[in-house]
Design a protein around this ligand. Structure first.
Ligand SMILES: [Zn+2]
Length: 211
């Protein structure tokens, strides 16, 4: 059993706590940051530290507010994807990792749009989705059990959790202990099935993610 960890919606003060836990265990993960959050005073240093410690930094939109499928604004991809990438700057992974705003982690036709896909292709992004959403944001004290049950159902899980101050990350050490007891391999790379576009080349199906 293989597990890849990703932390979304930061950076926040909680990012530091998460980085400490990962460093103690020499685990590397990815952080999909929100542009406006990265621009908050004092926050960039956490993402800088994450990059220095070998974590991968990805783009999780500028504002994390609008799903591409819900907007007819032609400027949305440039603003939500491009402006966030500019803010991330040289902290970004060289493959330009991008994860769309999932509106609760749902992979449906609102996730992307034709203009968003064109933008991602034209600018050589790598689109990183997920297959395991343990709902740490609304179940901060029992996401670990949910997640452990879910990862047992597939050979390789790409888990989305959040470096947000919900209290959920206080359970991260317990989660990592459980993974170790299960003999799970914690990998940094992503399962192919979660990466439908690599460096601008569509490698999987995007049909179910656009209207
Ligand atoms: Zn998110």
């Amino acid at each position: 059993m293989k597990v890849t960890l990703s932390f979304d919606n930061g950076p926040t003060e909680t990012t530091r706590e998460v980085l400490d836990v990962l460093a103690q265990r020499e685990i590397r993960a990815s952080f999909f940051v929100v542009g406006t959050q990265l621009a908050e005073p004092g926050m960039r240093r956490y993402t800088e530290r994450a990059a220095e410690e070998g974590h991968w930094i990805g783009n999780h939109t500028l504002t994390h507010t609008v799903q591409f499928g819900d907007s007819a604004d032609p400027g949305l991809p440039h603003r939500e994807i491009g402006s966030a990438q500019d803010l991330i700057g040289d902290l970004a992974h060289r493959d330009k990792l991008f994860r769309p705003f999932g509106g609760g982690g749902i992979l449906d036709r609102r996730l992307l749009s034709s203009p968003a896909i064109d933008y991602l292709q034209n600018h050589a992004y790598t689109c990183v989705l997920w297959n395991c959403i343990p709902h740490d944001w609304d179940r901060p004290d029992d996401w670990v059990e949910t997640c452990l049950t879910d990862i047992a159902t597939r050979p390789w899980s790409l888990v989305v959790i959040h470096d947000l101050p919900t209290g959920a990350m206080t359970h991260l050490p317990r989660f990592l202990d459980a993974l170790e007891s299960l003999g799970a391999e914690v990998a940094q790379d992503f399962p192919e099935s979660c990466v439908p576009m690599r460096n601008g080349v569509v490698t999987g199906s995007l049909d179910h993610l656009t209207a």
